[in-house]
Design a protein around this ligand. Sequence first.
Ligand code: GLN
Length: 267
Amino acid sequence: MNRYFKSFVAAALVCSTLAGCGSSSGGSTAEKTASSSTAAASGKHFVIATDTVFKPFEYTDADGNFVGIDVDLLAAIAKDQGFTYDLNSLGWDSAIAACQAGQADGMIAGASITDERKQNGWIFSDGYYTATQCVAVAADSDVKSLDDLQGANVAVKTGTAGADYANSLKDKYNFNITTYEDSPTMYQAVTGGQADCCFEDTPIMSYTIKQGEQDLKIVDGSENEGNDYGMAVFDSSEQELLDLFNAGLKDIKASGEYDKIIAKYLG
Ligand code: GLN
């Protein structure tokens, strides 16, 4: 049993015992039940991996429910297309590993659609949300622009578009990069003073700051060009999941449900 499989099993066990993953409570349960009954017709069932904390795309709310834009979009699309799924909140890196090891069919975790990833075997759905990456510093930091990051200690989340962006600037600004497993730990490195800044997706960073959860601010002019988020699979045999996702996404955009979900979290 390899490392990834162990962590996947561990996370799956957590999911099956805690409210919020496969068997969520509150609003998600209703959606899940509804999608399950329609799905009997198609009989398709998928295991889908996601991140742990990537607010507001996936996170556990104050009542212990696993919620977010990705969670709601998937529920709405599954209902529309008549498939069922287990959603396993594994973390960014472990979600990728679970898909690559064939232990999950696909992932939805605010995954940025990039050419580099496509060349490395990722297969994406249509885009469902556009996001740039940015730099965030402590609220009382003197850093005003990227130029102030000469020699800085930079925090990134392992394997993310933010990490790629930081790496692309590393030589120009001569900074040191430290990698963290998840977004909250990366933010804490900055608020705790171990890092001068972190690289994060802009909608996630602005939401987290707006919610008053982290004493951070976004550095003006620090954004890259950005990309769309897509559902990802890592084997062409999983194309059906992407086809269903794309068809459902089209439907929920046409029905207005997509806009409602976005407004619920970002409105
Ligand atoms: N959008 C970023 C990426 O695709 C970060 C995703 C995440 O941390 N869940 O790399």
